[in-house]
Design a protein around this ligand. Sequence first.
Ligand SMILES: Nc1ncnc2c1ncn2[C@@H]1O[C@H](COP(=O)(O)OP(=O)(O)O)[C@@H](O)[C@H]1O
Ligand SMILES: [Mg+2]
Length: 555
Amino acid sequence: MTRYAIPLLGLAWAASCATGEVPSARFANAPAVTRVDDRRDVPDKPSEREFIHSLYHYDGVVQRRLSRALELPRTRRALGVNALDEVPDSTWFTNRIGVRELTPDEVRRGPVQVGSPEAHRPWMIHSTKTGGSEPGFMISDARGKKFLLKLDMAAFPEQLTATHVIVGRLLWACGFNVTEDHVVYFRPDDLVIAADAVGKDVFGDKHPLRRDEVEAVLARVAVEPDGRLRGMASLWLDGKPLGGPPAEGVRDDDPNDRIPHQLRRDLRGAYAIFAWLDHVDVQESNFLDMWVKEGDRHYVKHYLLDFGKALGVMNTTGINPRHGREYVIDFAAIARSLVTAGAMKRPWEGREPSPLRGVGMFEADGFDPGAWKPDSPAYVPFLTADRFDKFWGARIVIRFTREQIRAAVDAGRLSDPRAADYLTDTLIARQRATARYWFARVNPLDRFAAASSETGAILCFDDLALVHQLDDAAATQYRVSTYDNGVQPLGPVTVVRPDAAGHACTGALPLAASSDGYTIVRVETVRPGFDRATFVHIARDAASGAPRLIGIWRP
Ligand SMILES: Nc1ncnc2c1ncn2[C@@H]1O[C@H](COP(=O)(O)OP(=O)(O)O)[C@@H](O)[C@H]1O
Ligand SMILES: [Mg+2]
């Protein structure tokens, strides 16, 4: 078996005799893989990847970008997808929303292990925060639990702390591994400097941390009218940190890491999700691989972290309306501007900071789900992502109910209820824009189910554009045709219509005469301005004889 075949168990490719429209994909007559075994023991700690900010960005914006362009990379469909076009659970991703019941309360709590340190003061400061320029400390609470404490800058109260927690909760519900983060309130005298606490000077040299250094940090942060401070406490992850994963290729010393990252569906499809959340701060240092221990095994687990600049907070704190609409250094935008002598309206013109406390420059108006950009083009999975990956991401985004979104927003503990309402409404408007955009580029049929009928099978499905009221059920019909494994038509084309809720079932479909009844059902969705098909493969389960779904191919 090749290195990359494991997540594709169940998907078999045959040299095709397919003609015309029916693609050559064939699937094994087996249940789809729902979990990848990538937790096999890695006894030796993989090496830590060093992140050098300037080099990383030079490489991503100039060097590697040029060399990639010269390589003429061919477009490839994503790997890490099962026969039903879904991402199996792994150390990267765990299917949550829409796959299991997720109460609003669960979304509000997120990946909770130890709970907030707020009730466990005083806090011991061990060092000032390393990493970016935002104020913060490494602390441990009265239980001895270690947290990274980040604070809001004075000019932007509540923005970073609320955003970090809200976006973390939503990304967790989507399926990613994230840190356990809490908005916390405390008083300056809840902070005690540990005897061995260290500070760093501008050259990175360490010295015993002084009270005046702590006070200098606190002088930069937002203070509540009652003198309290507000922070975001991120539970320090278990395990040994290995730095972020490379944006291309694999980590060579992790035998479980088999799919080149630029080909991973979960990483590529995150584009639609990050765009929804305007999570522009995509760089290697905001991903973290941890070498974790489980029983007597070690393996690498992949986290996302640092979401405080999403929801337009990068724009307010950086005083720059371009984030999300252009790369920070955007050669294409510069060229366009030069060619048109600046006459063209730029996609960020007219954007204004929100007057609401705690809200960044985050709007639904002017949000283009297909043109959204993170700050840097260095993240290769977003360069290789295709419409199928983004359709996968959009299918996850649209699953959130208003209550679930509101629950995530509530975890941000915004003081102004109008700010929480605004964020909820804007997330919903951007959610719908995301779905509308990607559901127009791939046939948005989902949740296929096959059942027995006297003469063969019945296939039922949801039309996501109708389920979410993005299109008109009365103007929609499906043209259904069936083929055997050799692509001979099995009967006439039939037409079915959806019910008002966007659900549809075919009539009894003939199954092929082969021993397992392998049949390809082509379902073409037709409505004004839209005509696209999905191929659904069904075959008889050898044990029960009942027809079952064995593959989905979205062309
Ligand atoms: N909860 C955590 N557990 C372990 N490491 C963390 C955690 N939060 C942050 N880090 C580490 O600290 C670094 C800086 O934190 P980050 O939240 O990215 O702040 P910054 O705003 O400085 O970029 C990260 O790159 C990561 O290596
Ligand atoms: Mg960071």
